[in-house]
Design a protein around this ligand. Structure first.
Ligand SMILES: Nc1ncnc2c1ncn2[C@@H]1O[C@H](COP(=O)(O)OP(=O)(O)OP(=O)(O)O)[C@@H](O)[C@H]1O
Length: 843
């Protein structure tokens, strides 16, 4: 019996325990938080009370231990003590912030609001307390209760060092800093606040006016029996009331009071009713409709997005939906919570290569050979003199490979005369590659470019290290080399927007391409740019294989990212066209005009990734030996290239095409028209120069990276930066050794015409490998759309389209229904399994 009762007791204690742990009220933390809140309330009462009783209680503070000593504070001796400690000896009135902290933090804790918010509250309240104490300490230095000793002392300290004016300015500055960091005001926020204040003021005015109008219409109806003689005074009376109402901003009750007399004389009509006998209300209705018209106009002015209508004097106010703003708010909230989207996050530890990987060639500066300069100058002057051309002035600018002699001829000399002497000057200087620019655009001089006997190499290192490149605020900055005046030449590939490069063999094309790619590697994160490399020579761009998973893009089914087989180029180009079309539809959905705006919007989380939106990296397509490609693949490549060249600029696909033979059947009219930016290395004939540059000049270059660049107007002579194969190797090795994406950037799948089955009677054995999976996806979602398959199975558009055709042939989805998704003919996954089983049995 005893044992039984003991067991009973133990069970009760145990159940007690479990009850306690299950019941949140037995939680120590909970009790502590309640204590904090109550302490906060007690402190508030104590401090408040101290504000009025502090002076009285001050003398009794020492007698805290004495139980009989009386204090006036509502919370007794303890309250008086804390009041003295926190208000008088502490922060003055602003010590009340401490009460706020206790109550606020306690309540937040009770509701399980996260710690960061509690910390935030504490931080800002403490800051406010100190700042307020400082300010009040300054303003009320005579009353220590205002700023407390802390505020008073802080002020004394500042006044001693920076004087009264300095202290005022310091306080103002600190208040501004506080406001900026605490409330983060932005011009938009301020504008929005002002607007909402304006709107609410307008609303109130409109409301009171409307009430006045209602009141005005009601009244005459209530006096239909009144004689015409009476109507005028009544009207006047109402007008008086109306004016009074407007000026005094009175509410409608006042007005109805004045109405009570005439109302009692006639039949009472329901208030605010707009249906009444027009004859009876004639005198006032004009007035009221005038007012309502006025109202209508004002409301139209003040409420954006509201539709106002007054047929038969009825007010219909309809608020238009403002979805865009909602989305913006959501985006702003997302940005506030998670920060802007960072495309580089997946490879956040990626380290950009250091400049030391690149090599310095010789001494970086230019060596000026005074003798050579003097000799050339004399030769030019002599030769021109022989043809009776006098020179007023001559000036030399020494570049890395070429020196520019700028001459100003005497008045009356024909420019064309000098231009015709090109060969004679070349002969007298015994130099190759002399180019006469007559006149130099925008300078009013004639330029004669003479190659230096000892050209200096422009190292890639020097151009990459130049501030012009480092500080370039461009989308795709490319440092091509140095100009004749030894300035680094940086251009934006995104602005070109495509580049055509031509030059005879061995003149520096491949080095030029490497320089271009190197520039981008030094400036762009792997998330921001992807390369599609086509290299029929198989040796020039192979080094970039090492950065496949960082920077290269390829077709899903191809093994190598760098395309060396010309027949495969067609698929890649078509795939790029699909990518282009996909990107355009993304841009359309996002309602932006170009990739920059799109990515900006995506970063601000205004585009939903679940709707297919993604960060779009730039894609740079590089084709070396374009002539070879045209020879082997012909027209088939020309069409997609022309399409890309015409349309791809806005969506961030840029083409760089290099060719040895700039003949017209390689660089056709349509390609030329879409490649305004051109680089010409040395070519062998004037005709080639004309094909590439639409003018001569490229035939007079000296080779080894000497080039002319044009973006449609001026020709700029540039010495291309030199980057050697070992340097590129080191660079790619450095990048390649770092953490990479799981695979190269996958372009949409493209299956050539022969690869796809377009008819509906697809043989079961010829079905796509993903057929079953696709069927499952479609049946689960009950939505027969190709884009769903694209998303879920990560397929290209074509393959997804083919799968849909096969699903239709199998009877899983219904026929094409225009813009609507196809209907799914199998209701659920069980039915689908049965369907497959039945199919297998029939086989
Ligand atoms: N910018 C430069 N500065 C100095 N030397 C250069 C420069 N560019 C090219 N060279 C020299 O010219 C040689 C040939 O350059 P590159 O291989 O780029 O020519 P290419 O036009 O690509 O020839 P091909 O069409 O036959 O491949 C290089 O090995 C190098 O010695």
């Amino acid at each position: 019996m005893k044992k039984e009762s003991k067991t009973k007791k133990t069970t009760t204690t145990q159940s007690d325990k479990t009850n306690k742990s299950a019941n949140p009220l037995f939680n120590i933390k909970f009790l502590f938080l309640i204590l904090v809140v109550i302490a906060g309330i007690a402190l508030t009462i104590g401090l408040f009370s101290y504000l009025f009783t502090g002076v009285e209680d001050q003398s009794n503070l020492d007698a805290l231990g004495d139980r009989t000593a009386a204090v006036a504070n509502t919370t007794g001796k303890i309250g008086a003590y804390f009041g003295h400690l926190l208000i008088y000896s502490g922060f003055g009135v602003s010590a009340l912030f401490l009460c706020k902290i206790l109550i606020h933090a306690g309540i937040y804790g009770l509701f399980g609001i996260n710690r960061t918010r509690i910390k935030n509250v504490i931080f800002w309240d403490l800051t406010s307390m100190v700042l307020l104490s400082l300010t009040l300490g300054f303003l009320g230095s005579k009353n220590l209760i205002l700023g407390g000793i802390v505020g008073y002392e802080m002020n004394l300290y500042f006044v001693d060092y920076i004087g009264t004016v300095g202290t005022i300015l310091l306080i103002i500055f600190l208040v501004i800093v506080f406001i900026v960091f605490r409330f983060k005001p932005s011009p938009e926020k301020i504008k929005a606040n002002l607007e909402s204040i304006k709107n609410s003021v307008n609303k109130t005015i409109e409301k009171s006016k409307k009430e006045i109008t209602d009141f005005n219409i009601d009244t005459p109806e209530s006096v239909p029996t009144k004689s015409p003689e009476n109507s005028t005074p009544v009207k006047e009376e109402h007008t008086d009331n109306l004016e009074k109402l407007i000026t005094d901003n009175l509410i409608i009750e006042n007005a109805t009071e004045t109405q009570s007399q005439p109302e009692s004389q006639g039949e009472t009509a329901p208030k605010h009713s707009f249906t009444m006998d027009p004859k009876a209300v004639k005198p006032t209705i004009e007035h009221s409709s005038e007012l309502s018209l006025k109202n209508k106009k004002q409301e139209e002015d003040s409420f954006e997005g509201m539709i106002l209508d007054t047929p038969n004097d009825n007010f219909v106010i309809e608020a238009a939906k403002d979805e865009e703003v909602l989305e913006e708010n959501l985006a702003a909230k997302l940005v506030q919570d998670f920060g802007e989207f960072d495309p580089t996050l997946e490879l956040s530890k990626y380290q950009f290569p250091s400049i030391d990987i690149l090599k310095e060639y010789g001494n970086s500066g230019i060596t000026i050979d005074q003798e050579e300069l003097e000799e050339n100058k004399n030769n030019i002057v002599e030769t021109l003199k022989n043809y009776k051309i006098d020179i007023a002035q001559i000036k030399a600018t020494v570049g890395p490979t070429v020196t520019l002699y700028e001459i100003i001829p005497e008045a009356g000399v024909r420019i064309s005369k000098i231009k015709n002497l090109e060969d004679d000057i070349a002969l007298s200087l015994a130099a190759l590659g002399i180019r006469i620019i007559a006149p130099i655009p925008g300078r009013g001089t004639i330029g004669i470019e003479v190659p230096n006997t000892k050209p200096s190499i422009v190292s890639m290192k020097s151009v990459i290290a130049s501030p012009k490149f480092q500080n370039a605020e461009m989308e795709l900055p490319v440092a091509l080399g140095k100009t004749i005046s030894n300035e680094t030449f940086v251009v934006d590939l995104a602005k070109m927007p495509h580049l055509l490069m031509a030059g005879a063999t061995g003149q520096g094309k491949s080095v030029g391409l490497n320089a271009l790619l190197t520039s981008l590697l030094y400036k762009k994160h792997p998330a921001e740019v992807k390369f599609v490399l086509v290299d029929p020579k198989k040796v020039e761009l192979t080094l970039f294989n090492k950065i496949e998973r960082h920077y290269l893009a390829k077709l899903p089914d191809s093994e190598d990212a760098i395309i060396t087989d010309n027949t495969k180029v067609i698929n890649t180009l078509n795939s790029l066209c699909i990518e282009m079309d996909n990107r355009y539809s993304l841009l359309k959905d996002a309602m932006v005009r170009n990739i920059k705006e799109y990515n900006e919007k995506f970063k601000q989380r205004k585009l939903n990734p679940e709707q297919g939106h993604r960060f779009l990296p730039y894609i740079v397509l590089v084709i070396d030996e374009f002539a070879d490609l045209i020879m082997t693949a012909g027209k088939e490549v020309e069409t997609p290239i022309a399409r890309l060249a015409q349309l791809a600029r806005a969506i961030g696909i840029h083409l760089i095409i290099a060719t040895q033979r700039p003949s017209v059947n390689v660089i056709t009219g349509i390609i030329k028209a879409n490649f305004p930016a051109r680089v010409a290395f040395r070519v062998t004939s004037k005709i080639d120069s004309r094909t590439i540059l639409d003018g001569q000049g490229a035939d007079q270059l000296i080779g080894r990276g000497d080039m002319l660049y044009t973006q449609g107007n001026d020709l700029v002579r540039v010495q291309c930066a030199f980057v050697d194969t070992p340097e590129v190797e080191k660079l790619t090795e450095y990048i390649g050794s770092q953490k990479a994406y799981p695979s190269a950037y996958l372009l949409p799948e493209y299956v050539g015409e022969d690869g796809g089955a377009s008819n509906l009677d697809v043989d079961i054995s010829e079905r796509d490998a993903l057929f079953k999976q696709a069927a499952e996806v479609i049946v689960i979602a009950q939505q027969g759309s190709a884009s769903l398959l694209q998303r879920k199975l990560k397929l290209g558009y074509n393959r997804a389209g083919r799968l849909i055709d096969q699903l239709e042939a199998a009877g899983i989805v219904g026929p094409f229904e225009g813009s609507k998704a196809r209907s799914v003919l199998i209701p659920d996954i069980l039915a689908l399994e049965q369907f497959f089983r039945a199919e297998e049995e029939n086989m």
